[in-house]
Design a binder for this molecule. Structure first.
Ligand code: IPE
Ligand code: IPE
Ligand code: MG
Length: 261
């Protein structure tokens, strides 16, 4: 991805003590960074606020993560915003989230145009409330020809639902005589997922300290490096992103092989 070095240096000016742009190798950045944006509710509760205020506060962290990733020249940023299990939350919280998704996207579309960001969704967005779905469809079509970073927002996403859907899509193709069962290999499965065409995440970040996947990208994360931070999502910043990348770059990625000495 193209990078504007001047803008990059400016964006990462005034670093905290422990991390700066110089600590990451710009030639070895993960091409796809994935984030489980967790901890909004706890952030709010700890301050005596309603959980919803945590979701509102989390929006600026996503905006900052998008901008920081664009500045760094990351190809794909994916972010888990609403899981297939999150429907279990109190109705007023679900309603607020759906409303925030729609209003925030309308407000942020100019940023996507300015930064040449292409928006895609992971998950079943057909099942979302009409207002949210319409704004999402508008976001999809208006940014479809953008050639910069791809932002993949996981909304009404669950990996098990995604994998079952892939099995259905593939069996329909077999029944239609388009492919034979023998042609169902790993590439065929990958191309039947919501992430078709995107590289697998190299780095998965989860905020708020939880050590679980919560039904996120089970197939795609097979060889991703994990970075879990206790930072709650509304406190996540460009610096925490750099810390995650620094940690990622310090790992040996063996993919089951051995590192040549
Ligand atoms: C993540 O924050 C946002 C969504 C899942 C929509 P949470 O709302 O899960 O916050 P905690 O985990 O309860 O603190
Ligand atoms: C995962 O967070 C889903 C999103 C961040 C959208 P949750 O807060 O829903 O996950 P659990 O309940 O802690 O596993
Ligand atoms: Mg949570």
């Amino acid at each position: 991805m193209q990078r504007d070095d001047e803008k990059l240096v400016e964006y990462f000016a005034n670093p905290p003590e422990d991390i700066s742009l110089g600590d990451v190798d710009l030639d070895r950045l993960p091409s796809h960074i994935s984030v489980i944006m967790d901890g909004n509710g706890r952030w709010a509760t700890r301050q005596g606020k309603e959980r919803g205020e945590g979701h509102v506060a989390g929006i600026k962290s996503l905006r900052e993560t998008i901008t920081a990733s664009v500045r760094l020249g990351i190809d794909v940023l994916s972010a888990y915003a609403f899981s297939t299990e999150n429907w279990k939350r109190p109705q007023h919280e679900v309603d607020l989230l759906m409303h925030l998704f729609a209003t925030t996207l309308v407000k942020e579309l100019p940023l996507f145009h300015q930064e040449n960001v292409r928006l895609v969704f992971l998950g079943d967005i057909e099942a979302l409330p009409a207002q949210t779905r319409e704004v999402f469809e508008q976001g999809l079509s208006e940014t479809a020809n953008h050639t910069g970073m791809t932002l993949a927002l996981a909304v009404n996403y669950g990996a098990r639902a995604e994998l079952s859907r892939a099995a259905r899509l593939l069996s329909e193709r077999v029944l239609a005589g388009e492919i034979s069962p023998e042609q169902i290999d790993q590439d065929a499965v990958s191309s039947s997922l919501y992430t078709a065409g995107l590289p697998d995440p190299a780095l998965l970040i989860r905020t708020s300290g939880e050590l679980r996947l919560s039904n996120f990208l089970l197939w795609q994360l097979a060889y991703s490096e994990f970075y879990v931070t206790d930072t709650l999502w509304p406190d996540f910043s460009r610096w925490e992103l750099l810390r995650a990348i620094r940690s990622f770059q310090g790992r040996d990625r063996r993919f089951g092989g051995v590192i040549a000495k």
